[in-house]
Design a protein around this ligand. Sequence first.
Ligand code: PGA
Length: 262
Amino acid sequence: MRVLFIAGNWKMNPAKGEEAIALANAVKTGVGQAIDVRVAICPPFPWLGVVDDALSGSPIGLGAQNMNAKADGAYTGETSGAMLVDIGCTHVILGHSERRHGLGETNEQVNQKLLTALGVGLIPIVCIGETRQEREADQTESVIGHQLNGSLAGVTPEQMGGVVLAYEPVWAIGTGLTASPAQAQAVHAFIRGKLVTLFGGATAARVIVQYGGSVKADNALELLACPDIDGALVGGASLKPADFLGIIQAGQTVTATGKPAS
Ligand code: PGA
């Protein structure tokens, strides 16, 4: 059975290190030790060190929000995977739509970063998702299929078992519009089927596929109860400890009660 995985993407927040420490401490205290869901938080680069210190002794994973595909060298302003590992990261978000659409990141670049991340032992959280126009043009599956083919090229089935995917419809990110559980489940089922084709059934059954896009404490339960939704990548609500902890609690409830049979 796949263990639900709730990750917080803090994006370019908070402005001060002391606020980052306070947020990490609040999540750490709320989560405690006895968690039966996986949890990670992904602060901006400057706060990774202080948040890693704050999370000491906690089972919460630490993730970065991006990395360079190159191992090292003259790349001004960039951060390597090895640096992330050294500062305490266990995870890295790759190909977030704000990078794909805001900064022109391509499937090929995401793929290079993914292969590098796997090489240094980071758990990648690879984001995919369609825009509103693509959904309205009935292109959701072709867009997601193309993103999966391109972003996951060259990954072995064994490696893929440890890769996390995040389905984040672009139109639902930061908008307050959430995909309905039925809409999200339909795309997650498509992703699972595509993983079967690319990597085989045993691997596809292991891959965690998170949903992201305006996940809140009050909609998490019905999303996480869907058979192919294995967690959440949470933006805005991850900056408010009570809200983020509420989403983790929803994950614990689903874990305790089991998902309805699909
Ligand atoms: P949101 O962001 O929860 O604020 O919609 C999700 C994300 O971008 O990962």
